[in-house]
Design a protein around this ligand. Structure first.
Ligand SMILES: [Zn+2]
Length: 288
């Protein structure tokens, strides 16, 4: 089973219909015109922004975020503790913003194959092979890896569109990247978490740009999840979402690599890795 944009839209509609206090709004459009929808829950002043599926094969992160939002809302309404946390208290001291699928076009390509209406159809088929998209596709609809397209140590690591790691013609060349950047700037976000798969790792640094509490919070997230805080990798990583957030704001920003295995992780794995990632989010809200 897979989790694509249509399933996401159906889940978001159902969630917002059931819980009137969850606000949903678009922060922009993908290359192919899909909405990049954000949900907000909580009326507090401290703002956590979480996102998933920067990468096409990593749709398990979107499914995780939707399940978390559903359980968070249910715990609030039922006044039941959620993994020991008092959700009413978190709701009133924080605002959680979630974009479950930053790269809906990439997920669609990874799940359903390349769309004939994609203007880059021929070029992408020639470079990947028609039968391999579901094994390799991480980029957006024109072959740019959104998580190398942010303005943080950006460089042209590859010269042309590719299933992954092509950083684009210039920083923020892609509408998905710009949508996230503009949203974060106008919303005054205090902490950012980008969910990826896989590896069971937590990254908190970019090129020495760490906030005073980044490492301490990363250690707390590791303690509740069993994941490993991974030492700064310097030049090995660049142009990612949390890299840009750290560089621009010097506030805590994290990449979480959820689960273990080969992408795409089977959705059934969520039953196993749900709690460790839910605890990461609750701990982050607690430490905002
Ligand atoms: Zn990723």
């Amino acid at each position: 089973m897979e989790y694509d944009y249509d399933l996401l839209c159906a889940d978001m509609d159902a969630l917002c219909e059931r819980y009137g206090f969850i606000e949903a709004f678009s922060i922009g459009e993908s290359v192919m015109g899909r909405q990049l929808t954000c949900m907000r829950v909580g009326d507090g002043s401290r703002r956590l922004f979480i996102n998933g599926a920067h990468h096409g094969l990593e749709y398990i992160t979107s499914s995780f975020i939707m399940r978390f939002m559903k359980d968070y809302a249910a715990a609030l309404i039922d006044h039941t503790p959620f993994f020991g946390y008092d959700i009413s208290r978190l709701f009133h001291r924080s605002a959680l913003y979630a974009v479950p699928m930053v790269n809906p076009d990439g997920v669609d390509i990874a799940v359903n194959g390349i769309d004939i209406t994609n203007p880059f159809h021929q070029q992408l088929v020639a470079s990947v092979g028609i039968h391999s998209f579901h094994k390799v596709w991480q980029a957006n609809a024109r072959g740019v890896d959104i998580n190398h397209n942010y303005d943080a140590g950006w460089r042209a690591a590859m010269q042309s569109p590719s299933p992954s790691k092509y950083a684009g013609a210039y920083p923020e060349s892609e509408p998905e990247t710009r949508a996230v950047v503009e949203f974060v700037r106008r919303t005054n976000i205090d902490m950012l978490i980008a969910f990826h798969s896989q590896g069971g790792e937590i990254y908190y640094d970019f090129d020495g740009c760490v906030s005073p509490h980044s490492e301490e919070i990363a250690q707390k997230l590791a303690a509740v999840s069993g994941y490993t805080v991974t030492a700064p990798t310097g030049t090995a990583a660049f142009g990612g979402c949390k890299d840009w957030f750290l560089k621009e704001f010097a506030k805590p920003g994290f990449t979480i690599e959820m689960g273990h295995g080969t992408n795409p992780l089977p959705l059934e794995m969520l039953d196993t890795i749900y709690e460790e990632n839910a605890r990461i989010l609750l701990c982050a809200l607690e430490n905002l």
